[in-house]
Design a binder for this molecule. Sequence first.
Ligand code: DSN
Length: 432
Amino acid sequence: MTNTTESPILDPISIELLNALETADPSIAESMAAEAQRQQYTLELIASENHVSPAVMHTMGSWLTNKYAEGYPGKRYYGGCEHHDTIENIARDRAKELFGCTYANVQPHSGANANVAAFMALCKPGDTILSLPISSGGHLSHGLKPNFSGTFYNIESYELDSETETLDYDHIAARALETKPHMIICGYSAYSRTIDFKRFREIADSVGAYLMADIAHIAGLVAGGQHPSPFPHAHIVTTTTHKTLRGPRGGLIMTNDEEVAKLVDRKVFPGSQGGPLMHIIAAKAVAFGEALQPTFKTYAQKIVENATALADALVEQGYRLCSGGTDNHLMLVDLRPRDENLTGADAEDWLGTAGIVVNKNGIPNDPRKPMVTSGLRLGTAALTTRGLTAEDMRTVALMIDRVLVSGGDAQVCQRVNQEVRELCERYPLYGH
Ligand code: DSN
C-alpha cells in the first residue's frame, strides 16, 4: 500500500474513503491509492482531462447514486424523486445561466451520448450531415464510419485549409452548397483556433441546415469568457462537462429553441437513455456553481496564457504547431521538424516514462497510422488547475524536448522524471 492516506495530495474525505476501503476491498484501495500517487507526481497534459474539486468529486460518490429517476423534474416514472427534482432543476438553471441560453438537458451520460440525442432530435437516419473528419481534428461521434453517426447518417466532410491548417469558411460554404446537409457540425477535439460560430450559422442558413456546435473541449473557456459563445448562433449545443469545464464526467445539451428543446428531451429519455445518473447530475450542478464564480474567469484566462506560453516555448525548441499556434487550451505539435523519425507513439511512451502524460495525435494529412502518428496533442487545463504558471510552462517544454531529443534514453527520462516530481511537489493536487 502506498502512503497516500498520510499525504496531503488527497482531501480528508478521500483519505477516509481509502482507509475504509483498505478493510472493505484492499485490491481496489491499493489501485486507487496508486492512481492518486500517479496523478500527484505526473504532469497531466492530456487536453481533455482535468482535476475536479473535492466538492465535485464527493458529490459524485454519494448516496444519490441509489435512485432511479427516469423522466424529468415533476414528471418521473418513480416515486421518491422530490429531492432529485430540486437538484436537476438547479443543474439546469445553472447551466442556462453559465452559457446564456434558455434550455438545458443535463442528463446525457457523456458527450458522445449527448451527440446521439442531438442527432436523433434534429435528423432522420440517412440525412446528410456535414462535419470535419476525426483525422483533421473532429470527433468520432461527428461521423466516423464505425460510430453510430457514420452508421446511420450520410456523412459529408469539410477539410481544413491545407496551408494554414485552419477552418476555411469559403470552402465550408461551398461544401454546404454541394452537399445540401440537413445539419452542419462545428466544434472539435484537436483544433487550436477560435471558431467563428456566426459565420457557421450564416453558412447553415444559406442551405437551410441546422447548426450543431459541440463545445466539449472549449466549454470552460466559453463559460470563462475566453472563447466566443456558440449562442445565439447554434441551433443546438452539446458538450462534455469534464474537460476545461472541470466538472464530473458527463454530457449536456443546450438550445434557445423551445421546439428543439422538446425534441431533445424526448431523444435523451426515452430515446437513447434510461435512468439519469443523479449523483453525476448533482456534481454537474456543483461544477456549474463553481464555474459561475468570478475565480473561474481567472482560471480560464490562465489556461489560455499557459497554452500560449507552452506553445511559444515548443516553437523555440524547433517544433511546428499545426496552424502555427493556439488561441485556446490546446495545441497540436508536429514532431517531424525537430526530428523526422519522431513518432507520436514513441513520444507518448518516452514522455510517460518521464512522468509527462500526453496523447499521440494525428496531424492534418498525417502520413502515419492513427496508432503511430506524427504528432502530440497537449493541453493546459489540468496543469492550470494545479496552479502551474506560464513560467512553469517553459520548464515543461524544455523537459519535453530533452526527453524527445534523447530518443527516450533511460537516464534522461529518469532525470526528467525526478525534476517532474519536484515540480509536482510544489503544486500538490489538493494544496492549491
Ligand atoms: N476523448 C476525448 C478527447 O480526448 O478529446 C474526446 O471524446
